[in-house]
Design a protein around this ligand. Structure first.
Ligand code: ATP
Ligand code: MG
Length: 347
């Protein structure tokens, strides 16, 4: 059976490759609406990168991080002695024997136990820096990617951890030019905080990975043989949201009905919105009023008469996406937009 494969992200790929082609100077924040394909893009990139790069990819999604031990566990990929008996010496050997599939920062178990007994975050950073340097000196440019960093946004380990991390990333990039650092997030409130963070001023760069544009979506749908009516339907309901488009394409591949499927997907979004309003009766009329901007437009520019608390609430509910760089606000997806319009009609 036909399978959906990775689809054109040439522009974003090129931007990232260009960054990787230069010496590390800035922390790059990769952001975008939910399910826009950020993680998929990174995965694809990692697969395509030549041997001269060594990627450490750490995904905090679904990881429960509430203290120092949890945090250390997600950062490191602890090698078990049995498997790595031969590692007697510290870094030289690590560079040579580690399998490519390792994603976290590699560390032999005995060293892990010894090093982090004191529970000092700085020890972890010193160790990571040493590992990165070892790869750097062996001719492989280290690339550190942290996906869903907002998971530790509020975590305190003797002060806010996120600040220590940012400081560490600034050191790796701007000061030492030792490793490329990418931070991926779909949490636009987190990104907004990051964006206004003085500590990162002039030390960070922002790369938007949005849903596919019209042209890219159209080519994607052609690839899987949707006819004109089906294509029009897909574009109208799902816009360029990869995850939804994949659903429709899979429906097509398995001989299902695209019109019915997309209608069900919209109905689901409408239900979510209706229940969200029902659960928040006190602010229902304010929400409806705010959302009514989208009756006629798809995207608005932020203006200071907007209620930022309410906006933040709708972002947390995964209904709206704020782009703090462009200062724009839009529904998280085309389906969200259609659901909003439908609900407004009856509000
Ligand atoms: N370029 C692409 N080609 C084909 N399918 C894609 C592409 N990008 C994303 N997808 C599909 O969309 C799904 C969601 O993508 P992905 O998880 O990368 O989004 P994300 O932006 O990381 O989401 P989140 O906001 O939840 O982190 C993937 O599982 C994949 O099926
Ligand atoms: Mg992701």
């Amino acid at each position: 059976m036909m399978e959906v494969t990775f689809h054109n992200r040439e522009l974003e790929m090129k931007e990232i490759r260009d960054i990787l082609g230069m010496k590390p100077r800035l922390i790059t924040f990769i952001y975008g609406p939910i399910n826009s394909g950020k993680t998929e893009l990174i995965n694809q990139l990692v697969e395509q990168l030549p041997e001269d790069y060594k990627v450490f990819y750490i995904n905090l999604r679904g990881r429960f991080v509430s203290n120092y031990d949890d945090f250390i566990k997600v950062l490191f990929d602890v090698e078990h002695e049995a498997r790595y008996e031969r590692i007697k010496e510290f870094l030289g050997p690590i560079v040579n024997v580690l399998p490519e599939s390792y994603y976290g920062i590699p560390i032999p178990k005995d060293m892990f136990l010894k090093l982090f007994r004191e529970k000092e975050v700085e020890d972890a950073f010193v160790y990571i820096e040493t590992v990165l340097r070892a790869f750097y000196e062996s001719g492989r440019a280290p690339v550190l990617v942290i996906d869903e960093l907002q998971v530790i946004g509020d975590l305190k380990i003797d002060g806010l951890l996120i600040y220590k991390l940012f400081n560490f990333f600034v050191r790796l990039t701007k000061e030492l030019h030792l490793a490329h650092v990418f931070v991926v997030t779909s949490d636009s409130l987190f990104l907004e905080q990051v964006y206004s963070e003085a500590m990162l001023e002039g030390r960070s760069d922002y790369l938007l990975v949005d849903d596919f544009d019209y042209e890219t979506t159209s080519v994607f749908l052609d690839k899987y043989g949707l006819n004109d009516t089906e294509k029009e339907r897909a574009l109208e309901y799902c816009g360029g949201k990869p995850v939804y488009l994949v659903k429709l394409v899979n429906t097509k591949i398995s001989g299902g009905n695209i019109a019915a499927k997309s209608e069900r997907m919209l109905e689901e979004e409408i239900s979510k919105l209706i229940f969200m309003l029902a659960r928040n009766k006190e602010v229902k009329s304010d929400i409806v009023e705010l959302l009514s901007i989208f009756a006629s437009v798809e995207k608005v520019k932020y203006s200071d008469n907007m209620d930022l608390d309410l906006l933040s609430f709708l972002v947390r509910q995964n209904i709206l996406f704020i782009d703090p760089v462009e200062r724009t606000i839009k529904p998280q997806s085309r389906l969200n937009l259609l659901a909003i319009r439908e609900v407004l009609k009856n509000a």
